[in-house]
Design a protein around this ligand. Structure first.
Ligand code: GTP
Ligand code: MG
Length: 189
């Protein structure tokens, strides 16, 4: 895998605090604990770049990572974690909404769903609003290492609701990572 220079640059709690630069951004969005931060590490080939956790609610700000000369990966806080204190959840949901609707640098969205679960209402809504905004949408079903071989066709079928070609991924086996990486890099051309 060709390595692109990558580093953590900023953490923003709101749209107004996001970096002012000309980089094209590709953001990773999905339910809390689905594996967004793990995917940042897998896509950049740098373990420990983004903080991951076994418990949900780890990422609570919008985190920016450079990827080569002109791109940036954005690790977004997750949604749907019921045990998060209400004021925190409200602030995060607001920042997320604001970023997705108003971030000018944003060009593509990696919509991450658990391969065992498939897209739910939130993911369908996110896909619809990404389309409305003209963002490139990558529909990724992750943790596919947890699927039995016989469960894979159904997992792919569930993804059809997102109306984008699905990619099965696993950061543990590495399945789908190189394919997604190539797509992400070409989105920035
Ligand atoms: P928040 O920041 O809380 O929204 O979570 P996140 O979406 O960033 O999830 P994170 O990357 O922290 O990963 C959550 C848990 O899922 C960790 O225990 C990871 O090791 C695990 N995980 C992530 N990707 C995979 C995968 O492909 N397969 C398996 N089996 N586990 C994974
Ligand atoms: Mg995270």
């Amino acid at each position: 895998m060709d390595r692109l220079a990558t580093e953590f640059v900023a953490s923003a709690g709101a749209l107004a605090h996001c970096p002012r630069w000309n980089r094209i951004e590709i953001a990773i969005v999905g339910r809390s604990n689905v594996g967004k931060s793990s995917l940042v590490n897998a896509l950049t080939g740098q373990r420990g770049l983004a903080r991951t956790s076994r418990t949900p609610g780890r990422t609570q700000a919008i985190n920016f990572f450079t990827l080569g000369e002109s791109l940036a990966l954005v690790d977004l806080p997750g949604y749907g974690y019921a045990k998060m204190p209400q004021p925190v959840a409200t602030r995060i949901a607001g920042a997320l909404r604001e970023f997705l609707a108003g971030r000018g640098n944003l060009q593509a969205l990696i919509l991450l769903t658990d391969a065992r679960r498939g897209p739910q209402r939130e993911e369908l809504d996110l896909a619809a609003s990404a389309r409305e905004r003209g963002l490139t949408l990558f529909a990724v079903a992750t943790k596919c290492d947890k699927l039995k071989r016989s469960e894979r066709p159904a997992a792919l079928a569930r993804m059809r609701a997102l109306e984008a070609e699905p990619i099965l991924c696993s950061v543990h086996t590495g399945e789908g990572i190189e394919l997604l990486r190539r797509r992400v890099l070409s989105a920035g051309r």
